[in-house]
Design a binder for this molecule. Structure first.
Ligand code: HEC
Ligand code: HEC
Length: 592
């Protein structure tokens, strides 16, 4: 707190001033000013930005080349690709815009729309147009979008806008990228208390994973879920500056029009909003974000740590704490060598076959692994899922896929990544589950864990291709040794011996790069069989027992493979970029 006191806070009383109700508000404003000594109503109010008609012709050209596919001919959000998307492309006719500097219900400033176009709306299909369009094209198309608004008039004198954000000033800790360094823990803790006091958890869940309320709708009648704060890269208003607390402070100053997300300007001071933002940001795992996909760069190599002694098959055991989570682990040299990292695996919707529905599921899995000769291999799979299935027809599920005949593959050869192919079969370890006594609406206690026990079953599948997936005709050896669902996070630990007698069981060597991939089914979204999310092939390696010499060769080798994989990633992203540039924007990835 001391840090904050040193900063000159622009302490202002933040009052919602809706122009049309200005008179009604004037009295209470004066009144509250008397009580809060330091308050000064400095929120500025001005007319909305009128449409710049001279830019409309150019804007229209851009719109019909780039935007019409999603937003539709009249801007009603009904372009040809709209029904495949979540969230839906915006219907512009009502003039409702989410990301603004203006008060709840106000129209946006031109500058807000220009920024939205330049950086896109991360976590949705709305691309970052700054990468493809010239500045003046963006300025022009913004004017055209404004002309599609039918229900409101940009030059009506009643359309007054209030700037809710300038008074936030600069980040009070002077923190620059990476922003989390330099924000004192006391402010983060204070932010958490304010989060509880303001009941954000009722929608966002106790740990901010967006699991608070399954029944919300947006103003267009579509189901909507609160943002997952642990995936800040999916915030619409992140402006491709994902860890900047300013963006969160802005959101809670303005609310998100068209959604249940309210504005907290009159309930919190400027100082408090920065603290809440610091807390919200502190929950987001620190990953390098790919500037084009706006998602974390995948960790293409999953190292299973060799474990000298017993591997404890308990998710909560300290031996499973990732060094990314706990500074204590990083500080203790011997643990640093022994605790496995949690690796980020990107998932995309499987769309090569059949209909998919694009409701929000998880778009990633976090994986950590350990091994030893006696107990075999342990994989801890974790992912965020707001709501679980309660329908035994559609259980939730997650799977690891391996080449069944690893020994027959040459070099970089791999089976087809969805269920293998006729020459190269795959071995799939699948865990399906429902939670016991689970209800998606429950009384959230912000300071308590609410774990659910999972009713879980494992299956071992053999895949020879999309239409040739069957359960192995002999007893499998994969076991679920621990599992839980708590506050929007699924955690499942699998174990198997390194070698088995099964003809189609992958036989796992140490110190070799082994292709693995991951699949995930969200029962709540009626996913089953080939309707699922899937990753590309990653690699896993069983690291040898730790000794100095080995460590050096290992890191050298891993460096090499990592550079190779990065090259591939760059190629992939360039290809995506080109697709956008050619106007072939097809959302083939889960937008969440
Ligand atoms: C691939 C589909 C797609 C294309 C192409 C697209 N958009 Fe969007 N756009 C979206 C989606 C989806 C949303 C809604 C995201 C949300 O509400 O969470 C959106 C929202 C918006 C918004 C609302 C911003 C806010 O703050 O609420 C604006 C403005 C916008 N788009 C402008 C454009 C313009 C201009 C173009 C063309 C240059 C364009 N979009 C092209 C998908 C698209
Ligand atoms: C009534 C439910 C509700 C409450 C209470 C609520 N939110 Fe939200 N919030 C939402 C919804 C819904 C969204 C997602 C909107 C969307 O996807 O467009 C959201 C989105 C967000 C986002 C992401 C913004 C972005 O750029 O996409 C942040 C950050 C956020 N809320 C913070 C908070 C904080 C902090 C509080 C408490 C001070 C809070 N919310 C209270 C419903 C709520």
């Amino acid at each position: 707190m001391d840090n904050l006191k040193n900063i000159k806070w622009g302490f202002k009383m933040n009052i919602k001033i809706n122009a049309r109700k200005k008179l009604k508000f004037l009295l209470p404003v004066l009144f509250s000013t008397l009580f809060v000594g330091t308050a000064s109503a400095e929120l500025t109010e001005r007319p909305a930005d009128p449409i710049k008609t001279e830019l409309l012709e150019e804007g229209k050209k851009v719109y019909f080349k780039r935007c019409v596919w999603c937003h539709g001919v009249e801007g009603a959000g009904d372009g040809p690709s709209h029904d495949r998307l979540w969230t839906k492309p915006r219907n512009f006719t009502q003039g409702t815009f989410k990301i603004r500097w203006t008060n709840s219900g106000d129209l946006p400033r031109d500058e807000d729309l220009i920024k939205t176009l330049t950086h896109g709306l991360t976590g949705s299909a709305m691309p970052a147009w700054g990468d493809f369009l010239k500045k003046q094209e963006i300025e022009a198309v913004v004017q055209f979008v404004k002309s599609l608004v039918q229900d409101r008039d940009w030059s009506d004198e009643d359309e007054v806008i209030t700037d809710m954000v300038s008074d936030l000033g600069e980040n009070p800790w002077g923190a620059k990228e990476p922003y989390y360094e330099g924000i004192p823990q006391v402010d983060i803790d204070a932010g958490r208390e304010l989060m509880v006091k303001n009941k954000c958890f009722e929608c966002h869940g106790a740990d901010g994973r967006g699991d608070g309320n399954p029944t919300m709708k947006d103003d267009w009648g579509f189901p909507i879920h609160a943002a997952n704060w642990q995936q800040c890269w999916n915030f619409r208003g992140a402006r491709r500056d994902h860890y900047n607390p300013f963006n969160v402070a802005r959101t809670i100053s303005t609310g998100l029009n068209g959604t249940p997300m309210p504005n907290y300007a009159d309930k919190t001071t400027v100082e408090e909003r920065w603290q809440i933002a610091a807390f919200v940001n502190s929950l987001c795992p620190r990953k390098k974000i790919d500037k084009l996909t706006n998602k974390p760069v995948p960790d293409f190599l999953i190292s299973a740590e060799y474990t000298d002694g017993e591997i404890i098959p308990k998710i909560d055991d300290p031996m499973w704490v990732s060094p990314d989570d706990s500074p204590k682990i990083i500080d203790r040299a011997e643990d640093k060598l022994r605790n496995p990292r949690r690796n980020y695996i990107a998932l995309a919707g499987q769309i090569t076959r059949g209909e998919r529905n694009f409701k929000p599921k998880s778009d990633n899995i976090w994986v950590s692994a350990r091994w030893n000769k006696e107990q075999g291999l342990f994989y801890l799979l974790e992912y965020d899922l707001r709501f679980l299935s309660t329908d035994p027809e559609y259980p939730d599920g997650v799977a690891i896929q391996w080449p069944a005949k690893l020994q027959d593959l040459f070099g970089a050869e791999k089976p087809y990544f969805i269920y293998g192919d006729s020459k190269k079969p795959v071995d799939i370890w699948k865990a399906s589950f429902l939670a016991k006594n689970y209800k998606s609406t429950y009384d959230i206690k912000p300071n308590e864990k609410t774990p659910f026990e999972l009713d879980i079953s494992t299956q071992e599948l053999l895949g020879y291709g999309f239409d040739a997936v069957e359960e192995k005709d002999y007893e499998g050896q994969v076991k679920v040794v621990d599992s839980t669902f708590d506050r929007g996070r699924v955690k499942i630990m699998l174990q198997r011996a390194l070698t088995t007698d099964g003809e189609f069981d992958v036989q796992i060597p140490s110190e070799k790069f082994i292709p693995v991939s991951f699949m995930q089914w969200s029962g709540e979204d009626k996913e089953k069989a080939e309707h699922m999310a899937i990753s590309t092939w990653y690699y896993t390696i069983l690291k040898p027992p730790v000794d100095e010499k080995h460590m050096w060769t290992m890191s050298f080798m891993m460096g090499g493979i990592f550079v190779g994989l990065q090259g591939w990633l760059v190629w992939m992203t360039n290809r995506t970029r080109k697709m956008y540039a050619d106007g072939k924007v097809v959302q083939d990835e889960r937008p969440f």
